[in-house]
Design a protein around this ligand. Sequence first.
Ligand SMILES: [Zn+2]
Length: 156
Amino acid sequence: MEYKGYMIIPGKWEIEYRYAAGEYATKFFKGLMEEKIYGVKCPSCRRVIVPPRKFCERCFVEPSEWIEVGPKGELVNFVIVYRKFHGLPDPPYAIGLIKLDGADDSILHFISEVDLSSPYRALKVLKPGVKLEAVWAEEKKGMILDIKYFKPIETG
Ligand SMILES: [Zn+2]
């Protein structure tokens, strides 16, 4: 065992798995394959929930209709990552909460096409309220990364 003032305990997890996505997630992921982002509307509070869920967690009722949202939206908040984490891209990269047009919830996704070489440069572009749009992957697989990332929309 390695010791650097604290114990380094070797280990390895490699878990293959499959799961049934369910009716709502399946429609959401199939939509992504056609470059459409779907949410559902709660008949009680009228919120548009994205990603869609089988029930509104505020009202405990089943959504009444499917609503297409985005692909543009607004940055709610974000983090810029400057350290390497296993299974994630090489830093730097940004992850943000994006409130898509027509939605009341936010989705979490990568934000790219921003100079992240220093936080000061990045903060000139990335701030809450900045408009973003989805950039689609060329090859769709019915996964969240069918949206490759979001990028700031040029304004002015
Ligand atoms: Zn509701």
